[in-house]
Structure formats: C-alpha cells, structure tokens
Write a protein that binds this ligand. Structure first.
Ligand code: BGC
Length: 748
C-alpha cells in the first residue's frame, strides 16, 4: 500500500476513535491520540504509540536507515532519529549511505574547544554553556541525538582519544558532564554519553577485552556514566567497541542490563557505536536498542537490502516470525526509542536553535580562555610586555596549522578557524615587530573525510635549514613564543590509533632546546589534548597549555598572550615525566596494550594522581595544577564540627585572597583522605572543587559540605558503597600536590 493511503487510513482511524456516532461533533482537544498529546505524561504517550505500531514498524525503528539516521513511524507522524557527532561541534553532512561529504554549503559549524579543555576549566557553568551552545547548533541542523560527550577516563596518556574526554578523575568528569548534558537536552536534543565502557585505548579497540576488578570499575570508570544518568538524566548512551570480560560492550548483558538499567536506572536508548554490533543474538539479548553503522554485508551502498540486513532488521524479524523470540525484548527496545523521540522531536516545545551565532563564537572563545593552563611563568614572561619586548618571534607549526579538521569522528567543518599566528598578528602586530619561522615540519595534512582546511603546509626545505631560520629569528627577537604540541594526525590526538610515546613528535624537543639556547626569554605554548613529556622544562621561562580551541583557538590564545584574559585552567590529568610513571605502563604489555587481545587493569583504582601518590612519584605537573597571572593566598580551613554520623554533614570553610595585581579565578580543590580503612585506599581523592573570581586584594570564603557519600569506597565483596567509621582528613589544595590546609574529622 502506498504511504499516502496509509496516512489517510490512520487519520480516518483516529477520527473514528474520536466518536463514531456519525454526528459532526467537534472533538475536544483531549481526544487527540495520547501519543501526540504534549500535555500527557511521557510513559502514557510511549504506550499509546507502541500499541499502534505493527511488527514491521517496530523492527524499522531499531536500526539505521542511513549513515546517521534511523526511521520513525511515518504512518503515525512519529519523526525519524537523526544523529550527529560529536562532542565538539556538529559534524558536516555526509551522503546517505557513505562517509563522503554531501557537499552542503550551509553545514559549517562553530567548533568548540576539545573536552579536555572544558574539563580544564573546572567550571560547571562553562560546561553548561558548552552544552547549551552545541545543543542549539544541533537543533538548528535538525538533529535528534548529539553523539557525545565522551567520559572515558584518561588511563594512559597514549590513548588517541584523550582529547575527546575529560581527564583522569571520576569526580571532575562527573561534575563537568552533568551540566553539559543538561545544556544540550534543554534544547530538545538528546546527549549520547559515550563510550560505555572502558574504551580507554584505541589500540585494538574493536577487539580488545578489558579485565579489571569491580572496585576499579565502580570507583573509577563508571561514576561519570552514573552521574550522566542519575544527575544529568541523559537520554542515550553509546556502548563502546571493545569487549569487557570477553563480551562486546554492545552485547554486554552485565553492562547494558544489570548496571545500566537495574543499578543506575537508565531509561534512555543504548545506541551502538558505528559498526559495534556483532550478531543478532547479542544485539537482541544483550541490551542494545538501536543499531548503527554495521557493515554493508557486501551490498552496494544505496541498496535497500543494506540496512535490511542489519542484525536488528530482517534477521531479527525472521526470528520473531519463527517464534525464536517473543516480542517482550522488542517492545522494551521500541519503548526506549519512542521515549527518546517523544522527549526530543515530539516534546512540543522545540526551539529552532541557531548556528554560528555571535553567542556561540563567544562561548567557544571564553571556554578556551578559561581552560588554558599556565604551567610555568618565570619572570612573568607572559603576558607579553609590549613595552619591554619590541621584537617577538613566533615559532612552530601549530602557530599556523588549523586543527578542527582531522582526528576521527570529531573532525569538523568550521565557518572560520583562527590560527594563533593570525590572531596574534591582529592582537600584537601594531605594538611589536612580529616574525614567524616554522622551526620544524610535522604534518602538512589538511583534509579529512573530504573536508579541507584549504591550507597548504608543504615545505620541502631540509630540516637544518628550517631550524637555522628559527634559531636566527629567536636570536634577533626580544622574546620567543614557540607554539607546538600534537595534532590530529594518526598516532597523535586521533581516533582509531594510540600515540606511540609521550615524547613530542617531529623533533620538537631539539627545536625547543636550540631556541632556548638562542634566547632565554622563551615561552612554550602546547596545542594538544594529551600529556606530553617536557625534558626542556627547566630551559624555558613559560609554558602554557592551550588545548585544541576550535573556531576561536587563535583569538583565545592571543587574548591570553596579550593579557586580556587571565588563564585559570587546571590540569584534568597528571603529566608524567616518563611513561613508566603512569600506572597503566608499570607492569609491561599485559596492562597496556594487552596480550592476546586482553588488557588487564592491574593498577586497579590507582589511576593518575592516585598512582603517583601511592608510588611517591614526582609528576612533571600534578593533577589539578595551574597558575594564573595573579597570585592567591589561602588561609586556614575551618570545620563546622569535628565529627559527624552517617546522615550528618560537616561544613568546610577556607578564605582565599587574590594577592596579585590583576583580577583572576582560582580553583579551590577539596580532597579527602581515609586515615585507616579495611581496604587499601588512595592517599587522597578529589571530592569537591569551586572556582571563584577575585579582584586584586579581594578575599572570599569558599565552602564545601562533606557528607558520608564522599567518604565511601566500593567494597567488591559486598558489592556496595561503604563508609567506614573512623578518622578522615579534609585536604584543601591548589593542586593535588600543593596542599594549603588540612583538618581531621571522624565519622561516628
Ligand atoms: C566513534 C563514535 C562516533 C561514531 C559515529 C565511531 O567510530 O567511535 O564516537 O560517534 O563513529 O561517527
């Protein structure tokens, strides 16, 4: 039957159900079908829609119909689901069945900073602003689901996708992901938190199986997903490619049913990662709802049979017809999908969104500025003193390289990306004499998936000549700003591959040494998303982490370098001097990348600073560390009382003063240490943070409230969170190693 006839029939059926006595009575508003009635509770609408669907229609909503969309129910006017990457901006449109660009001219987006930078802001308001802004762009482009944010824990600095995640700490990640999700979903777009779970490396990501104890699972790797569900009310989640305990995440009964649904209470849609579904049995029984990106089974793109062959398509339909499966699982999955569609496209209060608005550009810049981490600033070399420095040499490839193209699924097509050199020239060009030299040639790549930056970075000169030019420029200048780091090429900050080491690529260490010899007034700016080693740390005066800033990368950096913005980011991960200092790299190949397709997390809960503390390792820069152009002084903390019971709370107060000459923001970090416990615990764990803005001379009291939940550890034997009675220490730090004040209290 033609679609049009079906729709007519549906209308007749709906009208018939409104009366049927032949009279032309005007139907009261409440007589519209429940599933279309915005005023009714969601579950009622879901049940009503489900009751009207045929088996064929139910099967059709369970799998993709194109690269990024899946069917709705046209007969009932239930809209399709349209997904888009990714965490940092709205991906350009691709062809229906292919990864190639559709060639639209109106799908350029605002690129927001990478999520590591967002985490480095330690600012919940910035996370909400990020979510709201990207959610508005997704709305404008008609998307139902934003495939992000990513919350996998940074277990190793080698993970190629660290830049898409929020660092190493479960509390920080949880605090940042919740407002991000709310910001997105307030726009009527579902966030899709990913990659569930334990996708902590790209090496062998399609096959590696993770083995770890439950304590590490619950204390380190699950909290951000749990917060996304219980506090952020996230509407969808993406099971990862890898396996856990031998079972693929997309089929992992324990992850997708026991933990996700039974323990965390998730009521959204589990959307497979693209191509992560392996067979029909796993997809039906393992807790997956919606299948995307499965291979084309040898069918030509564009043929209907391609999507009909998805595991949750005809193969599942046939098994239901044969009676192998009943319709209970089917209805469960369809309910989840209907709930998502009703929450988004059928919510009744959708706005139109906006793309590349001035507000979005400003949001991208502000977040990048606020996330920049000043690691070192001897002699206050930054911001550039334009009275003293009349000649500034800018050196390094990342000063001129566009970074929004590349890196995998988070690659973007932006309306305009400012490079550092362009913006620094705009900002300082009239005040100082600027020169540029490349210093080294790393990557000339300028396109990904058919999107090109339009830049040509080929340089055939020999490396000695390129370095000599840079050294000469450095000698001539009053000050050098080296802008390097990583990029979005394979084996750097890119999906699908891990980095090969923590050293800087392309011989940048030698270039920095040579420049520092030529001119001691050198500031190093790192554009990257993962920790790098810095053997030259003592040779340079300033180090600034600028991250991948997106559309406004150059402008944000120029404002910080010129002193118009004061960096206030802190490290969301530990920077190690040597790879062996990281827990994941302390036990040989079993713990990274794995042996025989299995990787064991032997370090357990001791990830990042927890490991460095346990092993007394001096990191290059510790978790939570970051300086400012101003200085802060902490007073002594006061506790409201010295003991509490399980239902009680203790208030912590500490005064912080801006003792420098300019306004700035400080992140005040609260860690808790369990003095004595039946199971080994980390020396300290982040349990609170507040970011405060202070004018010069101003003092503010920062407050935290300690409750028993913050004292708990996960006892695998009991499979429960336990707070043991006894003594604890509250620790206030400016970083995990810069402890300002401590006080003990007891849990009675
Ligand atoms: C990535 C996901 C992404 C999806 C769709 C996969 O390869 O792992 O993060 O959302 O592709 O592009």
């Amino acid at each position: 039957m033609k679609k049009r006839n079906l729709v007519l029939l549906a209308i007749v059926a709906v009208l018939a159900s409104c009366g049927g006595n032949g009279k032309q009575a005007k139907a009261p508003v409440s007589d519209i079908p429940a599933y279309l009635d915005y005023s009714r509770p969601i579950e009622e609408r879901v049940e009503d829609a489900l009751s009207r669907m045929t088996l064929e229609e139910k099967i059709a909503v369970l799998h993709a119909q194109s690269k990024f969309s899946s069917a709705g129910v046209p007969r009932l006017g239930i809209p399709e689901v349209w997904c888009t990457d990714g965490p940092h901006g709205i991906r350009p449109e691709v062809l229906w069945d292919e990864w190639e660009q559709a060639g639209w001219t109106n799908d350029s987006c605002t690129a927001f900073p990478a999520l590591t930078c967002l985490a480095a802001t330690w600012n919940r308001d910035m996370a909400h602003l990020f979510g709201k802004s990207i959610g508005e762009e997704a709305r404008f482009r008609g998307k139902t689901v934003l495939l992000g944010p990513g919350v996998n824990i940074n277990r190793t600095p080698l993970n190629g996708r660290n830049f898409e995640y929020m660092g190493e700490d479960p509390y920080l990640t949880s605090q940042i992901v919740v407002p991000y999700i709310k910001g997105v979903q307030e726009q009527g777009v579902a966030a899709c938190v990913k990659h569930f779970a334990l996708n902590n490396q790209e090496e062998w990501r399609h096959s590696v199986s993770v083995k770890l104890d439950d304590r590490a699972l619950y204390e380190i790797y699950l909290p951000a997903f749990k917060a996304a569900i219980q506090e952020g009310n996230v509407w969808s989640i993406m099971p990862a490619y890898n396996r856990v305990d031998g079972e693929f995440c997309a089929h992992n009964d324990r992850l997708l049913k026991t933990i996700l649904r039974d323990e965390f209470g998730f009521d959204g849609v589990a959307i497979s990662d693209w191509g992560a579904t392996e067979d029909t049995k796993g997809a039906v029984e393992g807790g997956l709802d919606l299948e995307y990106g499965t291979t084309s089974f040898g069918h030509e793109p564009g043929t209907n049979s391609m999507y009909d062959n998805y595991y949750l398509a005809t193969p599942y339909y046939n098994l239901i017809k044969k009676g192998v499966y009943g319709t209970e699982e089917l209805d469960y999955k369809v309910r989840n999908i209907l709930r998502l569609i009703i929450r988004t496209g059928m919510s009744g209060n959708l706005n139109l969104g906006s793309l590349n608005s001035d507000e979005h550009i400003l949001a991208a810049r502000t977040i990048n500025e606020e996330g920049m981490v000043l690691l070192k600033n001897n002699d206050a070399l930054l911001p550039v003193n334009t009275d003293a420095c009349k000649k500034v040499a800018i050196i390094g490839e990342n000063a001129i390289k566009m970074m929004t193209v590349g890196g995998g699924s988070s690659s973007l097509k932006v309306k305009k990306e400012y490079t550092p050199m362009e913006s620094i020239t705009k900002e300082l060009g009239s005040k100082v004499q600027l020169t540029y030299a490349r210093g080294y040639v790393g990557s000339a790549s300028n396109n990904y998936n058919g999107v090109s930056t339009g830049q040509s970075l080929e340089d055939d000169r020999d490396p000695e000549e390129i370095l000599a030019e840079a050294v000469a420029a450095a000698k001539e200048a009053d000050m050098v700003i080296f802008i390097g780091g990583l990029n979005k090429d394979p084996n750097q900050d890119a999906e699908g591959t891990d980095r090969l080491g923590i050293e800087l690529p392309y011989g940048q260490d030698e270039v920095i040494y040579a420049l520092a010899d030529a001119n001691p007034n050198i500031a190093v700016v790192m554009v990257n998303g993962s920790a790098v080693a810095m053997p030259w740390r003592d040779k340079v005066k300033s180090i600034l982490l600028a991250w991948y800033g997106g559309s406004e990368a150059g402008n944000a950096l120029a404002e910080v370098i010129a002193g118009k913005a004061n960096p206030s980011g802190k490290l969301p991960y530990t920077m190690y001097a040597r790879l062996e200092d990281c827990g994941a790299h302390s036990f040989g190949p079993e713990t990274y990348p794995g042996v025989g397709q299995e990787v064991t997390y032997t370090e357990g809960i001791f990830v990042g600073y927890r490991w460095a503390d346990k092993k007394n390792i001096e990191p290059l820069y510790p978790f939570g560390y970051g300086l400012s152009y101003t200085t802060f002084e902490y007073g002594d903390m006061k506790l409201s009382k010295s003991s509490m019971n399980e239902n009680g709370t203790i208030k912590v107060t500490i005064p912080v003063t801006n003792t420098g000459k300019c306004a700035g923001k400080e992140v005040v970090e609260l860690y808790i240490s369990d003095t004595e416990s039946s199971l080994e615990r980390p020396e300290k764990e982040l349990k609170g943070f507040e970011k405060i803005a202070l004018e010069p001379g101003q003092t503010k009291n920062v407050e935290f409230t300690i409750n028993a939940d913050m004292l708990k550890f996960f006892d695998d034997a009991k499979h429960d969170w336990v707070a043991e009675k006894g003594e604890f220490t509250a620790i206030i730090g400016a970083s995990s190693r810069d402890i300002k004040s401590t006080a003990t209290f007891t849990l009675k």
